[in-house]
Design a protein around this ligand. Structure first.
Ligand SMILES: Nc1nc2c(c(=O)[nH]1)N[C@@H](CN(C=O)c1ccc(C(=O)N[C@@H](CCC(=O)O)C(=O)O)cc1)CN2
Ligand SMILES: NCC(=O)N[C@@H]1O[C@H](COP(=O)([O-])[O-])[C@@H](O)[C@H]1O
Length: 209
């Protein structure tokens, strides 16, 4: 007898700009952790602002819906964000899911952030509040830091400023380059991002059923 898949009440729409290794870690964690059965959650789509994002092909091979909203095709941030929101809403028409930034490299407007009222997550490759913005690993090394890491946080209009949900710390080793440090941090990112998402899903289920 075919058992109907449980309804997806909480779609996860993942935004990427490149490799999408965090997206892949989330997809794997969702399957391994049976998020659909346990929380009514599933990765509904992977959307990129860059047509050449390698993560799109991986997601498509997994049978996940993909889309490109190319930021270079729009005259303003507001126009891009409006097109991005329309693409997201196709996969979460009830607005009950999460928008998961995973290596997504565009600053979102305040209007976009307000539209998703606290349902946008991001992973940032530093121990916030240290080193918001770009080139975090080079900056940490140049600052002589002994530790680096990553932060999962809620997205606000202010860059890399929202509530922290998870953090991971790694040592900066003698001779580290931005590339060697990035690889060490990325390993931890792949652990804390799925963990943060699952905690939010479990809490939402407990609160809403
Ligand atoms: N409103 C917000 N938007 C975004 C946030 C946020 O916290 N609030 N997080 C970022 C992710 N991010 C760091 O974690 C980040 C991404 C991109 C940039 C940036 O300067 N982008 C440039 C373009 C860079 C490029 O295309 O390579 C830009 O948008 O002009 C800074 C931080 C995602 N959005
Ligand atoms: N400011 C955003 C940012 O720098 N995000 C960073 O992009 C890298 C690649 O992610 P990916 O392998 O998941 O595409 C990750 O280290 C992520 O923290």
């Amino acid at each position: 007898m075919h058992v109907r898949d449980p309804a997806v009440l909480r779609p996860l729409v993942i935004l990427i700009s490149g490799t999408g290794s965090n997206m892949q870690a989330i997809v794997r964690a969702a399957a391994r952790g049976r998020w659909r059965e346990r929380y009514g959650a599933a990765v509904a789509a992977v959307i990129s602002n860059r047509p050449d994002a390698k993560g799109l092909a991986w997601a498509a091979q997994e049978g996940i819906a993909t889309a490109v909203v190319d930021h270079t095709a729009y005259p303003s941030r507001e126009a891009f964000d409006a097109a991005l929101a329309a693409a997201i809403d196709q996969h979460d028409p009830q607005g009950r899911g999460l928008v998961v930034l995973a290596g997504f490299m565009r600053i979102l407007t305040a209007g976009f952030v307000q539209r998703y009222e606290g349902r946008i997550l991001n992973i940032h490759p530093s121990l916030l509040p240290a080193f918001p913005g770009l080139h975090t690993h080079r900056r940490a090394i140049e600052a002589g830091c002994r530790f680096a890491g990553a932060t999962v946080h809620r997205v606000t209009a202010e860059l890399d400023h929202g509530e922290y949900l998870e953090q991971a710390v790694v040592p900066i080793l003698p001779g580290d380059t931005p590339e060697t440090l990035a690889a060490r941090v990325l390993t931890q990112e792949h652990l804390i991002y799925p963990r943060a998402i699952e905690r939010l899903l479990a809490a939402a289920c407990a609160a809403e059923g």
